[in-house]
Each structure stands twice: as C-alpha cells, then as structure tokens.
Design a protein around this ligand. Structure first.
Ligand code: GLN
Length: 481
C-alpha cells in the first residue's frame, strides 16, 4: 500500500487491472487485524457497495480523479449518514444530515470513505490521547503516541488502513501526526479550503487538509478539496488562482529548486532534540545540493506565539462549544430537571477533562476585566507575528524548520501535564496565527521513529512548498522499505 500512489490506483481501477471491491475489502481486513485504533466509526457496508458499483460501471467514471480511492476522514468533519463524534462522548450517536463541502468534493471525484478516524476530543491535543474512544497507537512503535489531533488519520495512512486521509489543523494537528507517523501532511492557507461542515474548535485558525504517503498524492487531494464554496464566508476567493494546479507543479520534480531561497529561523531550532535538529540540517544541506541556498534569520516575536495561540484558541473554543447543550446534538440524559441543571449535567458528563479545562480558561480570558489583558493582547501579538512572517517571506521563498521538537513520545508520558503537551506545538502554532500554508515531509528516522521537516511559504503559495517538498522527496529516500 505504501508504495502505490493514488494515480496508480485510479489508473488500475479504470483499466480493470485493480478490482475496487478487493482493494476496499483488503483495507477492512487490515483494519480488523490492526490494534492501532485508528477509526471511531467504519463505513464498511456502504463502502463495499460503492466499490462494487465502481467495478461494474467503470467506463462511466473515466473523468473521476479519485475513482475508488479509499480515504479516511477525521471525525471532526461532517459526513451525511455516518456518525460524527469529534471523539467526544457528548456527540456520541450524532449523525449529521449533510456533508461538509470537502466531502461533497471527494464524492464527486469518486473517492470511497472507509471511516471516521480517531482524534483528540474536539481537536484539543497533540497526541490523540484525549479521545473518549481511547488513544491511537503509533504504527512505528505501539508504545508511543501517533501525534495529534489527527492521529487516527495519519496512523491509518502510515499503516495502510487507508490510502489517503483528511485531517484538520488548528495549531499543528495535521503536521504533528504526519511528522510522528512518517507521512506527508499539509495545512493550507487560511481561507483556501472551505470549513463548511468542519466542527469548529478555533475557527480563525483552522483548515482542513490532506495527509498522504507522498507529496504528489498530497497535492492531488489538496487540489480536489480546495474548490470554491459560497457557504464559507471566510473562504478567500481568488479568481485567477494560477497557483491552484498543485499536481502539475509536482510533475516537474527535482531540479527546479535551483535558486530557491530558504530562510532558517533560529528560534525554531531552540529546545529541539539534537537528533531532530541534525536531521533537519541534513535536509537543508540536501536542498543546497539541489541548487537552493539558505540563510539563518531571526523572528523576534515568535517567543510569544505559543501563549498567544493558546489564549486565542481557548477563547474561541469556549464560545464555539457553547452549542453543545445536550438538546440539539448527541448525548441525552434521562432526567427531569430544569434547563440549567440539564445543561450542566450533560456538559459535565459529555466533555472530557481537557475540553473542560479549555472552556474554563477561554471563558476566563474573555471575561470583563481580563479581555484586554489576555485576548486583545494575544490578537496584537498575532498581528505582529503575521507581519514578521510576511517580511521574512518577501526575502525568502520558503522557511524551513523541524515540524516537531522531538520524535513521538511514549503513551501516557505527557498527558498528565498539559503544559508539556502545549509546548510540543511550539513550531506549528505560529503558522496558524499567520494563516500561512505549511507542509510536513519525512526527513529522517531516529531509533525507528520518523522525523518531519516543515516548510512554510507565503499566503496561497502552496505550490512553492509542494514543489520544494517534491524535489526533496524524489532525491532523498527516508524509509528504505
Ligand atoms: N495541539 C494544538 C491544540 O491542542 C493544536 C491542535 C489542532 O491543531 N487542532 O490546540
């Protein structure tokens, strides 16, 4: 599974060389044998039915770019007729009546939804350990976390329990698990991909994005999901978006990183584990060999990014999660009490500890007397960080840094100490504050555990990071298998 690309699968299904039904059944067999816990809900019957239809009528589907491709969907994305829980007890049993825009786009192109993947509850976490459904295990070492919050999606792709996947990224949730599981993950520019149907955690920061085993598949999936959508008012409409043919960019391969200017920001290397730093430097030297150049730079507001991110994310979460009142969605309790009692009992029982912590902290940051001291100040920092990134990206084409400061840590090691988990997001959250695109590609292995290289470019310049990642990937093999 790992070595076959989406384009090959689609070509095989179209020509009849690959039976879609066998492909999809094979995936479910693998899931059944697996102990990774990648999925919360499987879509088995409908998926097999769909596969049979594809095999029978393949001539009718020749224009479909993802025909018969098995895809895993993070459980934060609404899927009509398939339970969508956000890994929370409070949404247990909730079946959305409509599809997110990205799901409509996938279906239009013939993709087959395997199931809904495990994640941190309401996307709040870095390890997939806050899920009500138990943690997902890292496919490279079952005693370690897969990263989060899209841990189920990244682990599924890494372990061949799906060919490609969607995740969502508020402060690193696509890139972190991609890094820990040794796959590719891309967070698009804020406003490129419709968020319609994405259950909101911190809506000013998050985007849905692709996870795949290689850059070309990542680019193809991005191309499919970045369709314009009137239903998301924050989607930025660019008419002649000539950059949006991402797959075409990957056709050119290696050489055209010649002349590429890379900024390596010192602050992103502070506190990073030596094995990660070494591997990232090797990647940068590799770019030099390919004809790019690099310079070390400094972004002085970065040190405030983590604090600003958590204040903004928690504030938005406290407001977004107010809609889960036990009346409209999911969990019900059999009780005869007034509204206030019902509301607090349901939220008390339905939300996990981390979610409650964030609602309380977010409410505090927004309350009278503290709003200016915390929330407003965080917004000002956000603007400064955005400007600093913009200036750096005028001087350099892309920025390069480690995705995560460490390799995957042990299950249970950090979950009792929330601050130690928040700190792991230090290199991913600044990019969300600035709304920029970034990709994580595997760049090394330490004791069998993958290391990720993060590349960042300017707004709507996904083509630059895709191209650079593609050049890197095709000239350097991280995994020997
Ligand atoms: N780990 C970060 C958080 O907990 C980011 C999560 C995400 O991107 N959804 O907020």
């Amino acid at each position: 599974m790992k070595d076959i690309t989406v384009a090959e699968v689609v070509a095989g299904i179209k020509s009849g060389d690959i039976s879609c039904e066998e492909l999809i059944s094979g995936i479910y067999e693998r899931i059944e044998r697996s102990e990774l816990n990648c999925y919360i809900t499987l879509n088995r019957d409908k998926a097999i039915e769909e596969a049979i239809r594809v095999d029978k009528n393949r001539e009718a589907y020749m224009d479909k770019r993802l025909l018969g491709v098995p895809i895993a969907i993070k459980d934060s994305i609404s899927t009509a007729g398939i339970q969508t829980t956000c890994a929370s007890k409070i949404l247990t049993g909730y079946v959305p009546p409509y599809d997110a825009t990205v799901i409509e786009a996938l279906k239009r192109e013939g993709a087959i939804i395997i199931g809904k993947t495990n994640m941190d509850e309401f996307c709040m976490g870095t390890s997939t350990e806050t899920s009500y459904y138990g943690p997902t295990l890292n496919p490279h070492d079952h005693t370690r976390v897969p990263g989060g919050s899209s841990g189920g999606s990244a682990a599924a792709v890494s372990a061949g329990e799906a060919l490609i996947a969607l995740g969502s990224d508020t402060g690193g949730s696509i890139r972190c698990p991609a890094s820990f599981c040794g796959v590719v993950g891309l967070k698009p520019t804020y406003g490129l991909v419709s968020r319609y149907g994405l259950i909101a955690y911190a809506n000013s920061l998050e985007q849905i994005g692709p996870i795949a085993t290689n850059v070309r598949d990542t680019a193809l999936l991005l191309e499919v999901i970045s369709a314009k959508d009137e239903r998301d008012s924050t989607q930025i409409k660019i008419d002649n978006n000539s950059n949006s043919n991402y797959v075409f960019k990957t056709e050119k391969n290696g050489e055209d990183v010649r002349g590429l200017r890379i900024g390596v920001c010192r602050e992103f290397l502070e506190g990073v584990a030596p094995e990660v730093e070494e591997s990232v430097w090797h990647a940068i030297y590799k770019f030099e060999d390919l004809g790019a150049s690099y310079e070390e730079i400094s972004l002085k507001y970065l040190k405030y990014a983590l604090a600003a991110y958590y204040i903004i994310a928690m504030s938005e979460a406290s407001s977004n999660l107010a809609r889960f009142d036990g009346l409209r969605y999911g969990l019900r309790l059999d009780m005869d009490a007034d509204w206030h009692t019902t509301f607090s009992r349901i939220r008390g029982e339905g939300f996990g500890e981390e979610v409650k912590r964030r609602i309380i902290l977010g409410t505090y940051a927004l309350s009278v007397g503290y709003y200016g001291r915390y929330y407003l100040k965080a917004l000002k920092i956000r603007t400064l960080i955005k400007r600093e990134f913009e200036a750096a990206l005028r001087a350099y084409d892309i920025l390069a840094m480690p995705t995560m400061p460490c390799v995957a840590f042990k299950l249970g090691e950090r979950i009792k100490d929330p601050l130690s988990l928040y700190l792991a997001d230090v290199n991913t959250v600044p990019v969300n504050l600035a709304g920029l695109p970034s990709i994580s590609v595997p760049c090394g292995v330490f004791n069998g555990l993958p290391i990720g290289l993060q590349l960042v470019s300017g707004q709507f310049q996904e083509d630059k990071i895709i191209n650079a990642a593609m050049a890197y990937e095709s000239s350097f093999k991280v995994f020997s298998s």
